[in-house]
Design a protein around this ligand. Structure first.
Ligand code: PLP
Length: 404
């Protein structure tokens, strides 16, 4: 008799977005005339840039001819893309990463989820709270999270590190030992960033305790502040303790096209084993490489023209973020993030619960946001607004909220 992985039975429903959809639908039904503006979406809205489209078209043509056809590619990604990544994302910043430490994939979500294959079942996992749910759920599926406490909204074996305005959105170093630490900068959902000094404290902690840092830099291209590392490998010693995840989704509109990459440095060794070699083994066994067409498209963002074009899209989202940040701040709201990030993390007024504030914004401003409580217990008292919508709607949403 086959038995299922019992850990799946412990998973709570993915409550957040279905609850948002339900409340929105109920409101729409009661108020069919309302023009609702979605400020909760985490997906991009601008199309892929011309350089990427052109490269993809050419790649499709390659596949149409026997002499340029590509079948299975390297599991780790094509050299043309890995070399471009190394040159532009790392060497250009003075970071020494080799092509064979870069693993191209179909996106950061898969890699963040799959990386747990490398971890021992007894590892203690530390996550920031609020948190991008993939880090927690993937460990829960593997049986590393204990049981889900519905009342508290947390797993019994996960070490939650409050990441709130009170600690400047940088979690405190843990007082009890942890083995694996997930950090995300620029952060989803808070939109805040870790400075060099803050990140260095974590790198030093990890090296001191032989812990492992999973560093999610999916929003790296949004960084505009000077003192903010674009890669954890800018911090001395990080290659001995950290894996870094990157994504083309928000960088270049690849949420539908799907492409990202993960860096596992050769120096990263635990239990006498190279994690780079383990990840290579895992990928070669379970993954047959990202699509050739998509990798050609991704490589196009590293050409001078491609770079200029994606910068235009990023500038558009940054301007939206600025509209949200300045508009709501001027109206007296406490707004965090939205400088080096497409996310604004807004404190609810008068300590209102985040679902109550969500309802109020829906009802009185016809604006849909994401309640912070959906990202973890410490997200209570905040809502997240995103800058991925169109500029007119963003300005209109801010105007409505400020007039509320
Ligand atoms: N990491 C973070 C922090 C994210 O917010 C997201 C997407 O929203 C991802 C990873 C997933 O990226 P991808 O589209 O490359 O799977």
């Amino acid at each position: 008799m086959a038995h299922i992985n019992p850990n799946f039975k412990k998973l709570p429903g993915s409550y957040l977005f279905s609850e948002i959809a339900q409340r929105t639908e109920a409101y729409r039904t009661a108020h069919p005339e309302a023009r609702l503006i979605k400020m909760g979406i985490g997906d991009v809205t601008l199309p892929l840039v011309p350089s990427v489209i052109e490269a993809m078209h050419e790649a499709v043509d390659d596949l149409s001819r026997a002499e340029s056809f590509h079948g299975y590619g390297p599991e780790q990604g094509y050299a043309f893309l890995r070399d471009a990544i190394v040159e532009h994302d790392f060497a250009a910043r003075g970071i020494d990463i080799a092509s064979d430490e870069v693993f191209v994939s179909d996106g950061a979500k898969s890699d963040c989820g799959n990386i747990v294959d490398l971890l021992d079942i007894d590892n203690v996992i530390a996550v920031c709270d609020p948190v991008y749910p993939v880090y927690v759920d993937s460990n829960a599926m593997a049986g590393r999270a204990g049981d889900y406490d519905v009342e508290a909204g947390r797993w019994t074996r996960i070490h939650y590190m409050p990441t709130t305005a009170e600690n400047g959105f940088c979690p405190e170093l843990p007082e009890t030992p942890v083995d694996v630490i997930y950090l995300c900068s620029p952060n989803n959902p808070t939109g805040t960033v870790l400075s060099f000094e803050q990140l260095k404290r974590w790198v030093d902690y990890a090296n001191e305790h032989d812990a492992l840092i999973m560093f999610d830099a999916a929003y790296e291209r949004f960084i505009v502040e000077k003192d903010v590392p674009h890669s954890i490998y800018e911090v001395e010693g990080a290659k001995r303790c950290a894996i870094e995840f990157r994504s083309f989704s928000k960088t270049a509109g690849f949420t539908g096209a799907r492409c990202g990459y993960t860096v596992v440095p050769k120096e990263l060794v635990r239990d006498g084993v190279s994690l780079r070699d383990l990840w290579n083994r895992r990928q070669c066994t379970k993954f047959n490489g990202a699509s050739y067409v998509i990798q050609r498209g991704a490589a196009a963002i590293y050409t001078p023209q491609g770079e200029r074009e994606i910068e235009q899209s990023l500038a558009y989202y940054r301007a939206n973020a600025e509209t949200i940040r300045t508009g709501l701040s001027e109206a007296g709201y406490q707004v965090y993030g939205a400088v080096s990030s497409p996310y604004a993390w807004v404190k609810t007024p008068d300590d209102m619960g985040s679902w109550d504030f969500f309802d109020q914004l829906l009802d009185r401003a016809n604006v849909i946001t994401t309640p912070g409580a959906g990202f973890g217990p410490s997200g209570e008292g905040y809502v997240r607004l995103t800058a991925f919508g169109n500029a007119e709607d963003t300005a209109e949403a801010v105007r409505r909220i400020t007039q509320m």
